[in-house]
Design a protein around this ligand. Structure first.
Ligand code: CDT
Length: 316
């Protein structure tokens, strides 16, 4: 009999600068209950799910940023109710938050996600590796994208965990644009990839139709899931946060690359699918049988080179 896991994407509408951790946590608990009511056993929440997407703002004072947006313990008194509700309902979840720690005599800041088991214990942690945006202040821009200022590059690698009778990996937002990230998870046998995101509807760097940005989001999700034969759950925080819009389109994608469910609002919304985890078996055995078909001896440049360099071949 094939394995099934009922999975939900619990999308969050906007969280404003004036919103508290306590009110954010209450909304997350409400979404968790709604997902549980739909039969979900595993719920994926967004990236940086307890606060507004603060990298859009420039702050001189990092102590203020730490105080307003970062978590030095997870759970904390304010976020504990989510863990309590999940344990009570027997639901596992993924959630993103800004992680603050003191290590080796210095302050470290990561854009982090955790996997929490149905018993309420933390089963896995991932720190975002692909940090988009910039570290300098761009006062001329419509908004900032300061992930390179506020976070260090994650230092835990791309990992998978045996979780709820699946092999599950975690990614965060911009990671979804990098095939390498998915392939490293797939090479460890990933069957489910969980990912939360905050994606501005407007392109910071040049004018781009918002619909085209959504189009890229959708085709990436479908191709990454299919080419790596994994289920993929991608959950947005979206809508107008303090006037800055981010798109929704939270998704659950099958290993065959089909969109099984998609959100339709830019508000708090749950979508849920009873996922046949073994749906990927045929693909993993044939087309994407890595052991039989991959040719890593011809992929050296992938790890040896970061930026593109033009190296035309000589001769025929
Ligand atoms: N949160 C996050 O990683 N957002 C990015 C926006 C990139 S624009 C500088 C994303 O890839 O969706």
């Amino acid at each position: 009999m094939s394995r099934h896991l009922r999975m939900a994407a619990a999308q969050l509408g906007p969280l404003h600068l004036s919103d508290t951790r306590t009110s954010a946590t209450q909304r997350l608990v409400n979404l968790l209950r709604e997902a549980h009511g739909m039969g979900a056993k595993f719920v994926v929440f967004p990236e940086l799910a307890f606060t507004t997407f603060f990298p859009r703002h420039w702050y001189e004072d990092l102590a203020e940023v730490d105080r307003r947006f970062f978590e030095s313990t997870m759970p904390s008194a304010e976020t504990q109710p989510l863990f309590d509700a999940a344990r009570k309902l027997g639901v596992g979840f993924y959630i993103g938050y800004a992680e603050l720690l003191q290590e080796g005599g210095r302050t470290r800041r990561f854009n982090t996600a955790i996997l929490v088991g149905p018993d309420g214990s933390i089963a896995g942690k991932y720190r975002k590796i692909h940090l988009p945006g910039h570290a300098d202040h761009k006062p001329e821009a419509a908004f900032q994208h300061l992930e390179k200022k506020y976070f260090e590059v994650g230092n835990l690698g791309f990992r998978v965990w045996r979780f709820m009778d699946t092999i599950t990996g975690m990614l965060i937002c911009n990671d979804r644009r990098w095939p390498e990230a998915f392939r490293v998870l797939a090479l460890q046998g990933a069957e489910v990839v969980a990912l939360g995101f905050n994606t501005p509807s407007e392109n910071l760097n040049y004018p781009e139709p918002p619909a085209l940005r959504v189009h890229h989001h959708l085709i990436m999700a479908q191709s990454m899931a299919f080419q790596n034969a994994t289920w993929l759950v991608e959950t947005a925080k979206c809508g107008f946060e303090d006037g800055y819009r981010m798109f929704g389109h939270s998704l659950i994608v099958t290993p065959t690359g089909e969109i099984a469910a998609k959100s339709v609002t830019e508000e708090d919304e749950v979508i849920c699918v009873n996922a046949d985890i073994d749906l990927a078996a045929d693909l993993k055995r044939t087309m994407f049988n890595f052991a039989a078909h991959r040719r890593p001896e011809h992929y050296r440049l992938i790890v040896d080179r970061i930026g593109a360099e033009v190296t035309p071949a000589e001769g025929p």
